[in-house]
Design a protein around this ligand. Structure first.
Ligand code: ADP
Length: 265
């Protein structure tokens, strides 16, 4: 369980970024984090990661205050996939890259090898074990970053805009991998501007607006009940808009679901 208690933050220039934020992230949740550009989404995740410290308030992990724990202490339970995953890679092969975390944790050679093999298999990267990370495409690099978190047995992965600029096949592959990890108990927090991802994959969405938490609830509540979606920097996904336009139609999380529902009628 990760928790923000009354967290306030600015970058030291007096301009408030986050004010009195309260968030609880339970084990095994799949959460989307949304809001306008510059509203503070990345800042929330940097605070969770230990890359920034709150000006006031507390960040807790399993009930223990972790404000003073740095990013390396938190890497035991939080993995991070940057917008540009190549920035977090510095070893010459994929398997060495994924082995780095387990080695830092002090795992034995055999334990490390087993953790790396398992993580590469889970992320579909076994055939790229000897590849040079900079030569991979973005989707593969993201999966290396996810494999690194899996190999460290982290319980939570945070991803910053992982699907921006990706084609729909890569996007689907990534989201299916995350869904699979989530089913195995991994907590997922995903920053996105893609409303389809919120609707289709997230159990809960948190929206930051006006320096504070502007919404925290299910995607269905967000997309069907909030009148101020546009002001929050969001929009209604096509599947939801269409299902709301057809009388008697149930809420549809995806176009596939909408089409199937229409064919059933
Ligand atoms: P988002 O991820 O929602 O686009 P960010 O968390 O990146 O938003 O930024 C929130 C606010 O903090 C923005 O106004 C941004 O300009 C400001 N900001 C981000 N990083 C820094 C920094 N290193 N120094 C000063 N201001 C920053």
């Amino acid at each position: 369980m990760l928790e923000f208690k009354d967290v306030c933050f600015n970058y030291g220039n007096g301009v408030p970024v986050l004010e009195h934020i309260n968030i609880r992230i339970g084990p095994g949740e799949f959460i989307g984090l949304g809001g306008r550009n510059g509203c503070g989404k990345t800042t929330v995740t940097r605070l969770l990661m230990g890359l920034e410290k709150p000006v006031s308030g507390e960040i807790l992990h399993d009930g223990k205050v972790i404000n003073d724990d740095d990013a390396s202490a938190r890497s035991h339970y939080i993995g991070y996939v940057f917008q540009r995953p190549e920035r977090q890679m510095f070893r010459s092969t994929v398997e060495d890259e994924v082995a780095y975390g387990p080695q830092q944790l002090g795992m034995s050679r055999d334990e490390t090898a087993a953790a790396v093999a398992e993580a590469l298999a889970m992320t579909g990267l076994s055939h790229l074990a000897k590849a040079y990370p900079p030569n991979l495409n973005r989707g593969e690099k993201q999966r290396v970053a996810i494999a690194s978190a899996i190999a460290m047995h982290t319980s939570c992965i945070i991803l910053d805009e992982p699907t921006s600029g990706q084609d729909s096949a890569d996007k689907k592959m990534l989201m299916e991998l995350l869904t699979d990890l989530n089913k195995k108990g991994m907590t997922i927090l995903i920053i996105s501007h893609d409303m389809d991802i919120f609707a289709q994959y997230c159990q809960r969405v948190i929206v930051i607006g006006n320096h504070t938490k502007a919404f925290d609830g299910t995607p269905q509540e967000l997309f069907t009940q909030r009148e101020d979606l546009y002001d929050l920097g969001l929009s209604r996904p096509e599947s939801v808009a269409l299902s709301m336009a057809v009388p008697g139609m149930k809420y549809c999380r995806s176009m596939k679901e909408f089409t199937e529902e229409m064919l059933r009628r």
